[in-house]
Design a protein around this ligand. Structure first.
Ligand SMILES: Nc1ncnc2c1ncn2[C@@H]1O[C@H](COP(=O)(O)OP(=O)(O)OP(=O)(O)O)[C@@H](O)[C@H]1O
Ligand SMILES: [Mg+2]
Length: 158
């Protein structure tokens, strides 16, 4: 299974994330990590397109959560301003898990104690200015199956 993809620009990250959208199921969690301006929100926008969300997916860094309706409900979180998983619970955010597709930016803040499996998406800057290395891994069979289905169908085109 291919784990790491190199994207050469913003558009390629959008396209990569969009291509995953059709394979997501209710209860899918994507925990996204990467430095400031790595491309976490760009990835979320692409995923939103892949979920057929018509609204523009924006960064929830101040609002903490944006909710969209597409093929499935899409819950887009930013954990940058949280301290740990307890804050996630205190804000009642766990109620959204299992109800749609969840994507969390700055996920390492809350991944310790996160209640459930997930796809970990790590975005690192590459050598060239606009290059990014995007690595996918799954923590359980449910999420592993999603990644494998996606890659079986999409590998020839990515
Ligand atoms: N290959 C690439 N993939 C994604 N974004 C890229 C790429 N190359 C350049 N960029 C640029 O990097 C920036 C990524 O911004 P984005 O808001 O997605 O980052 P972020 O990781 O969400 O940051 P923050 O930590 O502020 O939430 C955008 O300006 C985008 O155009
Ligand atoms: Mg962001």
């Amino acid at each position: 299974m291919k784990n790491t993809y190199i994207t050469k620009n913003h558009g390629e990250t959008l396209r990569l994330a969009k291509s995953l959208g059709p394979y997501l199921k209710i209860g899918a969690n994507l925990l996204v990590d990467g430095a400031l301006a790595a491309g976490k929100t760009v990835f979320a926008k692409g995923l939103g397109e892949g979920l057929k969300i018509k609204a523009t997916v924006k960064s929830p860094s101040y609002t903490l959560l944006c909710i969209y309706e597409g093929r499935l409900p899409f819950y887009h979180f930013d954990a940058y301003h949280l301290n740990n998983i307890n804050d996630f619970y205190e804000l009642g955010f766990d109620e959204y898990l299992k109800d749609g597709v969840v994507l969390i930016e700055w996920a390492s803040v809350i991944s310790d104690g996160f209640p459930g499996g997930y796809i970990h998406v790590e975005i690192e800057k590459g050598e060239a200015e606009d290059e990014r290395e995007i690595t996918f891994s799954a923590t359980d069979d449910f999420h592993r199956d999603i990644l494998e289905e996606w890659q079986r169908h999409e590998d020839s085109c990515l």
